[in-house]
Design a protein around this ligand. Structure first.
Ligand code: FAQ
Length: 313
C-alpha cells in the first residue's frame, strides 16, 4: 500500500493541486490510499443500492394495472440494472473486481441504501418510490456529477438524466391516482405516510454524526453535506406534495421565513441505524434474493470466462 509518506512529493502535490482546482482525478493518476478506499466504499454502496433497489419495484412487475404501466416499470427497473453496471465499472477502475464487490454485499461487509429495506405492499408505492426515492436520489446525485473522480462523475451524468425521468413517471402515476377514486387517493396518502421519513434517511446521518463527510468534502468526493442535501429535498418536496394534494406526515413541517427554508420534525435515527445494521423489515429477504440470483448465475459466469479465455488463446 502506498501512503503519502513513501511517494514522490510531486505526485502528492499534483493530486492536491488537481483537487484544489476542482479538476478530475483519473484512474492512472496517483491517489492516496484513503481516497481510493473511500471511493470504493461509496461507489460500491451506490452500485449495490441500484441493484438491490430493483427488488421493491420488481415486486409489482407482474401485477401492474395496465400494459402501459407494466412497460414503463419494466424499463425503469432495467435502467436501475444499467446504473448498477456503470457504477460497478467505475469501481473496477480502482482495482476491485465486480465479483469481490458482490461478495462483499452478500456477506454484509458493504452496505446499500437503507430505503430498499422497506416493503412495497401497495401499487401506489411504485409511484411514491419514483417521486420520493428517485427525487431524493437526484438531489444527492446531481452534485456527484462534479465529484473529483472522473469515472464516477461521468457515470453520474447519464444516471441523473434517467433518474429525472423516473421521478417524473412516479409523480405522474401518483397524479393519475389522485384524480381517481377516494380509495386510490387513500392508497397514495398511505404510501406517502410510510415512505416520507425513510426517504429523508437516505441522505445519511446528521452532519455532526457523519464520520466520512468532512474528509470526503475535502477530497471533493462529496460536494455538499448530508444535512444540506436533506434540506434541499424537503424544500423541493413540499410544493410538489401540495400540487399532488397529499399531506406530508410531519406536524412540525413549516416554512421558516428567517432561514428561507422549511423546518421539519426529528428523524428517528434509532430506526435508521437499526435498518443500516441489517434489522429493517426486508434486509434478510433482499440479501437472500440477491444471493440466490448470484448463485444461480454461477454457471453463466463460468461459461463466459471459459469462452473469453478460449477466444483470447
Ligand atoms: N443507507 O459518514 P456517512 C437510488 C452509512 S441510489 C445505508 O454520512 P457517507 C437509485 C455510510 O455508508 C441510493 N447506509 O457516509 C434508485 C457510512 O457507513 P460506512 C444510494 C448509510 O458515505 C432509486 C455510515 O452510514 N445513493 O436510490 C446511509 O459520507 C429508486 C456513516 O455515514 C448513493 O449511494 C443510508 N441511507 O455519506 C434505485 C449515493 N447513509 O460505509 C432504485 C452516493 C449513510 O462507513 C429505485 N452516496 N450510511 O460503513 C452518498 O452520497 C453517500 O455515501 C451517503 C452517505 C450520503 C449515502
Amino acid at each position: 500500500m502506498t501512503t503519502v509518506d513513501d511517494v514522490a512529493p510531486e505526485l502528492v502535490e499534483s493530486f492536491e493541486t488537481t483537487i484544489g482546482h476542482h479538476d478530475r482525478i483519473e484512474p492512472r493518476d496517483w491517489m492516496p490510499e484513503g481516497y481510493r478506499r473511500t471511493l470504493v466504499r461509496q461507489i460500491a454502496q451506490h452500485a449495490h443500492s441500484e441493484i438491490i433497489g430493483m427488488q421493491p419495484e420488481g415486486n409489482w412487475l407482474t401485477r401492474a394495472p395496465s400494459l402501459r404501466r407494466k412497460a414503463i416499470l419494466l424499463a425503469k427497473v432495467q435502467d436501475e440494472a444499467g446504473h448498477g453496471l456503470y457504477l460497478y465499472s467505475a469501481c473496477e477502475t480502482l482495482g476491485v473486481s465486480r465479483q469481490q464487490l458482490t461478495e462483499m454485499l452478500i456477506s454484509g461487509a458493504q452496505k446499500y441504501s437503507s430505503i430498499f429495506n422497506y416493503p412495497t405492499p401497495s401499487w401506489a408505492d411504485v409511484g411514491t418510490i419514483g417521486w420520493l426515492v428517485d427525487g431524493a436520489a437526484i438531489c444527492n446525485q446531481v452534485p456527484l456529477c462534479r465529484t473529483s473522480y472522473g469515472p464516477y462523475g461521468r457515470a453520474m451524468i447519464r444516471i441523473c438524466k434517467e433518474e429525472s425521468f423516473h421521478q417524473r413517471q412516479g409523480y405522474e402515476l401518483l397524479m393519475t391516482m389522485m384524480r381517481g377514486t377516494d380509495e386510490q387517493r387513500e392508497m397514495v396518502q398511505e404510501s406517502v405516510d410510510r415512505f416520507w421519513w425513510p426517504a429523508l434517511m437516505m441522505f445519511g446521518p446528521p452532519d455532526d454524526d457523519s464520520p466520512n463527510t468532512a474528509q470526503s468534502m475535502e477530497w471533493g468526493i462529496k460536494r455538499h453535506t448530508n444535512d444540506e442535501l436533506r434540506q434541499r429535498f424537503v424544500d423541493m418536496s413540499v410544493p410538489q406534495a401540495e400540487a399532488l394534494g397529499v399531506t406530508l406526515p410531519d406536524p412540525e413541517l413549516r416554512w421558516n421565513e428567517e432561514r428561507g427554508a422549511h423546518d421539519f420534525g426529528a428523524i428517528d435515527w434509532d430506526e435508521f441505524w437499526t435498518v443500516v445494521k441489517g434489522g429493517g423489515p426486508c434486509n434478510a429477504q433482499r440479501i437472500a434474493h440477491r444471493k440466490r440470483a448470484w448463485d444461480d448465475g454461477a454457471w453463466v459466469r463460468e461459461a463466459a470466462t471459459a469462452f473469453a479465455r478460449r477466444s483470447a488463446s
